[in-house]
Design a binder for this molecule. Sequence first.
Ligand code: SIN
Length: 284
Amino acid sequence: MAIKVRHPGEGFAAEVVGADPGRAEDFEAIHRAFLDHGVILIRDHPLSPDAQLHFSRRFGPLMGRRPSTPDKVLMPGEPEIVVLSNRVVNGENVGITDAGRYWHSDLCFEEEPNLGTIVHAIEVPPTGGDTLFADLEQACRTLPVTIKKRIEGKRAAHTFRKHYLEVMAEGSPRPPLTPKQLAALKETYHPIIRTHPETGRKTLFINPGHTTHIEDMDEAASRDLLHELFEHCLQPDFIYRHQWRVGDTVIWDNRRVMHNAEPYDMERYTRHMHRTCIHGDRPF
Ligand code: SIN
C-alpha cells in the first residue's frame, strides 16, 4: 500500500496512512512527514512495548530514566517506556495519572532536551483526554516585528521544579520524586528563538509550564513579555486538537511544538498510554 500523508482535521498535524511503524522501509516517509508537520499520527496499528521501543529508536537514542520522572511510572523491565495511566493494579497506580495537563514541551529543562515524543494509545476515554498541540514554528513566523526585536539573541530559563511543586501542592496523586531527583532538577537556559537542527527553520522555544523568565531582564518586564509571547503562541489557528483512538501512535517534535493533555472523568474511564522520548541536542 502506498504511503499517503493527509490532514486528520483542522490544524497543522498530519496522518501518515499506509505506513507500518515496524517496517524499516517505511521510516523515511514517516520521518519526512514528522519534519514537515511537527505532529504526525499513525492509526490502527497496535504496538507492543517492544515494537514501540524498536520504532522509537529509529529516530535516535531514547531518554530513559530522568530526574523529573518517578521510577514507579516506568514500565517494569523497560525503563525507556513511561506509563501514562489512571489504571490501578493491586491498589497502586501503574502510571502518571495527571501527566502533561498544562502547556509544555517535554524535558525542555534539560541541557539537551527531548527531540520528539511518541505516545501509543492502549485504552482511551469516550470523551475528554484530548491532547492539544501548538505550532511554534508558525508562531515564530507570524510574530510581530516589534516583539521579535525584543527577544532576538535572548535566552530564557526552563525548570521542572516550579510545575512539580505546584502540582504536588494541589494534591497530585503521582508518586513523589526522591530527594536525589529533586536536587538534580536544574534551571537551564535556552535561546528563545531556536533553529530547528534538521529543517533549519526558526521556531519559538518557550512554554508556560516550564519557562520562568528571560535572562538579563527585570522580573516584571520578563513576565509581561512572556505573557505576550504565550498569548501569541496559543492562538486557535496554531492549534491542533488530537482526539485519541485505541491503536493511535502520535509522534511530536518537541523542538517545534508545545502540548497540553486535557482532563477526563477518571472515576468512570481509563486512559492508558505508553510514552517514549527521543534524545535531542542542545538548542541553538
Ligand atoms: C505528556 O505530556 O507527555 C502527556 C501527553 C498526553 O497524555 O496526552
